[in-house]
Design a protein around this ligand. Sequence first.
Ligand code: SF4
Length: 381
Amino acid sequence: MNLDQLRQEIIDYSKNIGIDKIGFASADVFEGLKERLKRQQELGYQSGFEKGSIEERTEPERLVPEAKSIISVALAYPSRIKDGVKGTKEERRGIFCRASWGTDYHDVLQDKLGKLAAFINEKVPEATTKVMVDTGELSDRAVAERAGIGFSGKNTSIITPEFGSYVYLGELMTNLPFVPDKPLEDGCGSCTKCLDACPTGALVQGGQLNAQRCLAFLTQTKDFMPDEFRPKIGNFIYGFDTCQVVCPYNKHVDFHNHPEFEPDPEVAKPKLKPMLRISNRAFKDTFGHIAGSWRGKKPLQRNALIALAHYKDETAVDEMITVMKNDPRPVIRGTAAWSLGKIGTEDAFAAIKEAVDKETDEQVLAEMDKGLAFQEEFSTT
Ligand code: SF4
């Protein structure tokens, strides 16, 4: 078995199945990442979505004892919507972050990596292969960085020279000892655009992310959104893109290589009002195929209420009152009350006052108090 020849055949095959970039890395321990993750843990910067222990996330041989190489792959996704739709005063729209515009990339990448594994096993039947995409223990970004797919930017994204940071990443572990690629040089230099643009200070100099302050993470939580962050999400109902949008490497980058990732404007930028009372069936039919639906409809509905408050959309008040009075979920009733107060019409305040008498949930009552407190702000301005 000539491994150099197989390596080249894998590269050629990856192009045939629509993989945009491929790189090879050793399966050695990720020492730098291990230190960073420990620091992150000490500082309380973790999101809580991480899978596995720090050791499992940084020591490939814990996952595949005979692992020698990790093959990293990248698929480019679009940064602009063709034939985009625009919200109007009567019909405001939210937006999903770019990484959640098309068909769930986990499915697409799993499929392509599965084909790559089958190709390797066809050539070397005894080879071990294990495919991972995002939800596995290994850090897709650390693997991609080591495999020369891109460098790790201060915004913590992997930035490729070809596609900017608008790439989905996945990897395949194997016991075949391929010659590794070389990591790319750091390309950020003295630039601090993403650090300056982050509205919550979630990016810490040196490429650390405080997930507890990251709006992309906070839009995915299921509880009440902390007050401090509500005015900052704008109309994002899932994820947050600003640290990527401002990056010079993403300027003029817009790849539409994969029909699966082509965004449907009505899904990527949905009307906000209909989201407030969308049925489970309609939610699944409309949003079930995109990555942004993985936490269910509640976080998206909560964020839609906050986005309507951001727009001060008076046309949504009646709908929001219905939600505040009738939704069985305290997070939704409470956020509706807060948002109604933010919009601040007479009807909105009257409805909150009326609802206070019937509400029994302490957290919702606290949100109603906050909503009513905006009345004083309005009367003093
Ligand atoms: Fe690096 Fe500047 Fe891009 Fe941030 S915006 S990732 S500092 S190049």
